[in-house]
Design a protein. Sequence first.
Length: 70
Amino acid sequence: MTLSVPEELHREMATHSEIKWSDVARQAFENKVHELHWMDKVLQKSKLTAKDAEKVGHEIKGEILKRFKK
């Protein structure tokens, strides 16, 4: 697998050559897959429709926006 990163990020990573960046990426992939498996398991039991989830998401975003405007 080949990953593409912005040049600025690549320069920052290069300053820390002691880090195995492929291991960092692998761990991130593993964490995301684990998270997705957990979400799939939770959603199997959910009775929310896609429309319900979208409505809740918009309400949450609205409340977050109110907090930041204060």
